[in-house]
Write a protein that binds this ligand. Sequence first.
Ligand code: TYD
Ligand code: MG
Length: 452
Amino acid sequence: MAKVKTSFFCQNCGTQYAKWLGQCKACNEWNTIVEEVIQKEEKRNWKQASAVKKTNKALKINDIVLDEEDRISTRNKELDRVLGGGLVKGSMTLLGGEPGIGKSTLLLQIALVIPKKVLYVSGEESQSQIKMRAERLQTKNTNCLILTETNTQHIFKVIEEVQPEVLVIDSIQTLHTEYIEASPGSISQIRETTAELIKFAKETATPVLLIGHITKDGNIAGPKILEHMVDVVLQFEGDRNHTYRILRANKNRFGSTAELGIYEMQNIGLREVENPSEILISQKEDDLSGTAIAATLEGMRPLMIEVQALVSTAVYGTPQRSATGYDLKRLNMLLAVLEKRAGFRLGAKDVFLNIAGGIKVDDPAIDLAVISAILSSNEDEAIPQDFCFAAEIGLAGEIRAINRIEQRILEAEKLGFNKIFVSKFNKISSKPYAIRIVQVAKVEDIYANLFA
Ligand code: TYD
Ligand code: MG
């Protein structure tokens, strides 16, 4: 019997060692090294039967011609936006997200609408389960082939037969290659199967979409190098109790990572949300204290987001602070600014902050809405529903200018807001706006404007 060969791998960076170590010498992480069964590496090719020897020629950059067809539209506007205009030929895209968030649904939906021959390989569900899901989605593509297989050599055999134009793999953690004995989902299997798929994608210019599981701390399961190997890393996120899902690019070799795709999970699949501002502002009849609307930008797209704050008297010694969808450190900073510059005694109060819709925002222009919501809750006085805010707050309590102010003003105007509060330091063109623009310089000014 052949001797079983094992080796040690760092789960963080993928470095291989002959023996176990407590700390990885390459990335200095502790306790990341695990033992895995491997076999001696052999020479191999994804296309074993007819292994072609092809060498790439070096070309002058001016001689490289870009093909119009280098991007394939997925017929899904939100995904196209996040990808930067569609799937790039020969690219590898990794889609990560929590279980049950809708990864399989999203990619099956794409497979059913994209006007290309798609091979959807699933290692997680049976063909009839996928068919049942497809029935729910009510879209038809007779060019979509479903394969249930986990062995990459078998998958490549089928690929040679059917010659797909797009390949979908659900999921990378279920795949295994015959050349390695480690179990599916292990570091060496993920690394090898991904490398085989990349080779296939680059040699045939076929875009490959991979689904990846994530660990409980939100990272894609497997070696970190997986994310380095692929061209695009997408993250599908959202609160499982909400129906809204957000698609973000964490890495994109062919586009910006600032763009955002928004979907709603319905019983007939994922609906693209084209006008997100409408859904992010909760519907209510009366004016309620503690809410303020921020005019933010995610990538190129304006988003009106509702900020909710609750300020109450602290019952325990140390006041509680909690923030959902907003950086807690930044909230503490804003509270300190309010305390110091405007004399609000928030030290004895609990402050809870929530961004409606389960969305996480990075745009600093949300700051002014955050402090307005806090002040409104503290005063127990509502801010009129047709007011909105767009400015950053500095440590000195100054209200700072933000980028692309006009785009935000136009969006607020379009959605029927009557007043927008912005920084005094933002230069605004004298174009006549229907919306009233109030320019403020200090935190005290906003208080005086809203509640005095
Ligand atoms: P799924 O795509 O299986 O998630 P993942 O692949 O990320 O694990 O999504 C499963 C959830 O989506 C499941 O809870 C049911 C729900 N769902 C709908 O609400 N509507 C639908 O049309 C479909 C297909 C699924
Ligand atoms: Mg799935």
